[in-house]
Design a protein around this ligand. Sequence first.
Ligand code: R5P
Length: 306
Amino acid sequence: MENSRIPLLFSGSSQIPLAQEVAAELNISLGSISLDKFPDGETSIEILEDVLNRTVFVLQSTVLDTNNYLIELLLIVDALKRSGAKTICAIIPYFGYSRQDRKDRCGVPISAKLVANMLSAAGITHLITFDLHSSQLEGFFEIPVIHLHCQKLLGDEALKLLEKEFTIVVPDIGSIKIVKKLSQLVNINFVVIEKQRLSSKEVKMNLIGNLSTKSILIVDDICSTAGTLIAAASLCRNLGVEQIVVAVTHAICCGDALQKIESSPIQSLIVTNSVPPFNRFSNSSKIHIVSIAPMIAEAIKSICNF
Ligand code: R5P
């Protein structure tokens, strides 16, 4: 096969196991790269492959150690551009700062827009990403954005765990769009919970509509502190629901979120591997991880015609 059609995949330091999984799906080896720190803490990277005129992919989630991973990604892209790569596609399974996508009060930045500008300035020519907090973020770029959705992947796993009769619950009006897709796929109705955010850690919930099943699937895009999911699950439990399964694309689960989930009414939490590291979940009996590697591999194949 023509060399230029064989993708070259590099991994930043956040997502090496996922990148290896993608490489295995494509039957290629990961591109050779040195990722290090200078003694003063600055990031040092070096591309150790010939990338001249090649279609190159860089996989990095910008989450948890967000700023460090973002800078590393920007430097990798800069190095690839200066080494003559023909196209540079950033694969960012979790796009850090995506929740800061508008100026909702005076004095705050639109961080997601700034990050988009920085990635474009560094030289990315394509972006592959998953379940962005809002689709409008695609418009922050002037390059092709391949925005992939995980509802089918999560829904298939959820169907293995749920009773025959269940209702889908949306814990946040902002997530209605993604839930509509899932609801259509599995042909199951959904109800909405109106969420009022009291602080970054506290939320108040109010169910709109009726819950008539003893089993529910709560669907959201992100689990950060788990405050939203646990408040929604507790509300539904108080309304008589017995089985509570949750599906979220991005399991940030920061702070003590995982411990809180363990002692909550949530029975199972289905997540993707968009947010590393995965050994965080090894003590949890409730987490089921589904892999986005095949979806990434398919997107890579479609870009390179591989
Ligand atoms: C909110 O707009 C998102 O869809 C999630 O509901 C939210 O980010 C979850 O955050 P937390 O887990 O901290 O409640």
